[in-house]
Design a protein around this ligand. Structure first.
Ligand SMILES: Cc1cc2nc3c(=O)[nH]c(=O)nc-3n(C[C@H](O)[C@H](O)[C@H](O)COP(=O)(O)OP(=O)(O)OC[C@H]3O[C@@H](n4cnc5c(N)ncnc54)[C@H](O)[C@@H]3O)c2cc1C
Length: 391
């Protein structure tokens, strides 16, 4: 809310939203329409062309600070962009199917010039990095579950262990990995490193999942990382990255809202045309209620996302706000897509439309970036611990 008490987005964000909306319709959709239903990225030449056009419009790497070549948006701006760039068939997990570049993990800009070398290449080339936290021993509670070890040997660390569910690992040249140094079993031992995939000791195995864009296991077998690629202090990897991890949640939820909004608009159009029992679906109260409930939930979800982002932009701690936005946004968006499929009937699950694909995506969104149960735990702990964070 601004100082006049208005919930309107600032004008520059509304203009940006409209520009992205046009770009998605005029540039991304025609490229996407030629691709198979489950494709997750355009052909390389088409992607390069899209990226050049987006960059010319200043729509490049929304989170990355302007001094590093990105759009340097506020968190509110990132949420607005995330909602719009998700509105395509490939939706949500790769914003605008990669047209707007891939933000390097923003924590890298806290590192040294040397550590930023790959991120600078990604900014120039529109390529993507990976972030490896989760392990087979558990992803919900990484501070306890991380078993990958980094052993200090004079001027380097030797990393051994396995990461799991790592997005983008196959296309990335580099990544940030969290490993345990020393004997501590909690978060104090965890240290983050920049890892270069071209070096020996890293291998990948693909994990087929509910969608074609697969995550990977990343295996470290005596992988040697020079000390100058340790990101932050030894044992401080978690606190180094924490704010960034929390701030990723509102845009994550915003992207699911974008998909659900696109699904709802399709369902409304269909309901006004399709007839059954002598009248349009739109004339039936059962359908009207599905549409009304969807609108209510999407508006509520969007406001929660905006509130979290707005608080972050004011410099407030948004750990709880981000969990609220993530739980409600991803769950509401899932319900909306489900209802829209119901309104379409058989066509709802046909691959001719994007709905069944979005439905599969939505299922992941309640697990990725922390499962709903973990975010509910964060919210409940805050309330029950008597430290209620004011919204
Ligand atoms: C497609 C995909 C992409 C991913 N990309 C990445 C990535 O790029 N990098 C990365 O590091 N990780 C990534 N992840 C991992 C993701 O963050 C984890 O899957 C998630 O944190 C859950 O961890 P887990 O799968 O080990 O489940 P577990 O930790 O074993 O939890 C299993 C279930 O237990 C329940 N649970 C857990 N804790 C609690 C609790 N406190 N109270 C009640 N119930 C609880 C929840 O229902 C949870 O779903 C990705 C996952 C997927 C599916």
């Amino acid at each position: 809310m601004d100082s006049s008490g208005s919930w309107e987005l600032p004008e520059e964000l509304r203009m940006m939203r409209d520009t992205i909306r046009r770009f998605m319709a005029e540039e991304v959709k025609p490229v996407e329409d030629k691709l198979p239903h489950d494709a997750y990225t355009p052909e390389p030449d088409a992607l390069v062309t899209l990226q050049r056009k987006a960059r010319d419009l200043g729509l490049w790497c929304f989170e990355t600070p302007a001094e590093h070549g990105g759009a340097g948006l506020s968190l509110l701006g990132q949420c607005v962009a995330a909602e719009e760039t998700a509105k395509c068939r490939m939706g949500a997990y790769i914003a605008g199917c990669g047209a707007f570049g891939f933000d390097p993990p923003v924590v890298i800009w806290k590192g040294t010039e040397h550590q930023q070398r790959f991120a600078r290449e990604d900014m120039a080339n529109g390529t993507k990095a990976f972030v490896a936290i989760s392990e087979p021993s558990g992803g919900s509670d990484p501070a306890r579950a991380i078993q990958t070890r980094a052993e200090r040997k004079s001027d380097r660390y030797v990393i051994n262990g396995t990461k799991i569910w790592i997005s983008g690992a196959s296309m990335a040249k580099w990544g940030i990995v969290f490993a345990r140094v020393g004997e501590s079993k909690g978060r104090d031992g965890i240290t983050s490193f920049v890892v270069d995939k071209s070096q020996p000791g890293i291998s990948l195995s693909r994990i087929p999942v509910i969608r074609s864009y697969s995550p990977y296991e990343v295996h470290f077998d005596n992988y040697e990382v020079p000390i100058e690629d340790r990101l932050g202090d030894e044992g401080k990897g978690f606190s180094f990255a924490e704010e960034w991890l929390v701030h990723a949640r509102p845009p994550y939820a915003a992207a699911t809202i974008g998909i659900a909004q696109a699904a709802l608009e399709m369902a409304i159009e269909w309901a006004t045309q399709r007839k059954a029992f002598g009248s349009t679906l739109a004339e039936k109260q059962a359908i009207q209620w599905m549409i009304a409930d969807s609108e209510v939930e999407l508006r509520a979800a969007r406001l929660l996302v905006y509130q979290a982002a707005w608080n972050a932009d004011k410099g407030r701690d948004i750990k709880v706000d981000a969990s609220i936005a993530k739980v409600y946004g991803t769950e509401a968006a899932g319900r909306v897509v489900d209802r829209c499929i119901q309104i379409f009937g058989g066509m709802g699950v046909a691959q001719e439309l994007p709905l069944e694909r979005w439905y599969r995506e939505m299922r992941i969104k309640r697990i990725g970036e922390g499962p709903s149960e973990v975010h509910r735990m964060v919210i409940a702990r805050d309330l029950l611990g008597g430290k209620r964070t004011k919204g």
